[in-house]
Write a protein that binds this ligand. Structure first.
Ligand code: NAP
Length: 243
């Protein structure tokens, strides 16, 4: 069976996604930094789902290493899913450009560096799928997280362009926009329960949308409508709001 490559594999959402694909018989490359910590998880996937799971050391900020890492995969993947992300500290990022840069590079520049390589390979092979996990935070800038949000907005636009470029060669690109998800990233935030998804719910949505060849996924589904409302608030009003 074919391999998929999951980038940012230590993420709670990524692990749930890995289980979904393994359950459908895909072999899996789990890529991330200090990836040895996923050894037990990879073994569990192998035993539970009778598939192959391999660990790939990858730092999304080490742009220069990406081509060599991709070249080193024995079997090229049929699909790549990026779950890498860094919420960071908005207040710190306003004062310290290093924090702003880390947020931008982790959520955007690094993903572009890697997906450019993947896209060139898929374009040549005329097959494959790419799933990029962006965020509803990219749909409108808010004072509480606009550096993260602007990096996700850039990623959303990049994925849209990639989809446009690759559609003629049968390569599908899915943009995922989660709302609130209960993960490591949000563990210190007080999220409203009714609006918050579990990683498993998000993973199921991602798997189903990708298999159906969809372009854009809001997860949970109602975020499409929440964001529609938020986007239609006029700027003169929005600038005085705290949401
Ligand atoms: N949770 C939410 O409410 C929410 C909402 C919308 C979108 N998202 C997006 O969903 C995706 C998954 O996030 P999550 O919620 O599952 O949070 P998470 O568990 O914090 O996952 C983020 C992952 O990115 C990895 N990462 C960070 N910097 C990296 C680097 N330099 N190189 C390689 N990997 C790096 C982290 O690995 P380390 O363990 O090594 O740091 C971690 O595994 C992210 O893109 C996030 O922006 C999440």
């Amino acid at each position: 069976m074919s391999y998929i490559l999951i980038v940012g594999a230590k993420s709670d959402i990524a692990k749930a996604v890995a289980r979904e694909y393994a359950n459908s018989g895909y072999n899996i490359y789990l890529a991330g930094r200090k990836i040895d910590t996923l050894d037990a998880f990879a073994k569990d996937l192998t035993i539970r789902y009778q598939i192959e799971a391999k660990l790939v050391e990858l730092d999304i900020l080490n742009f220069k290493s990406h081509q060599e890492i991709y070249n080193s995969l024995d079997k090229k993947p049929v699909g790549v899913i990026t779950a890498v992300g860094y919420l960071g500290n908005q207040e710190l990022a306003q004062k310290d450009f290093n924090e702003a840069k880390r947020i931008i590079d982790t959520n955007y520049t690094g993903v572009v560096s890697l997906l450019n390589i993947v896209a060139n390979d898929f374009e040549e092979r005329k097959e494959g799928f790419i799933v990029g996990i962006s965020s509803v935070a990219g749909d409108r800038g808010r004072k509480s997280n606009y550096i993260y949000g602007s990096a996700k907005a850039a990623l959303t636009t990049y994925l849209s362009g990639l989809r446009n470029r690759l559609s003629s060669v049968n390569v599908k690109v899915l943009t995922v926009k989660p709302g609130f998800v209960d993960t490591q990233m949000t563990k210190d935030l007080d999220l409203p329960k009714k609006l918050t998804a579990t990683p498993k719910e998000v993973a199921k949505d991602i798997f189903n949308a990708q298999q159906k060849g969809k372009d854009i996924l809001y997860t949970k589904w109602f975020w499409r409508y929440i964001m529609l409302i938020i986007k239609t608030i006029p700027e003169w009003k929005f600038k005085n709001m705290s949401i």
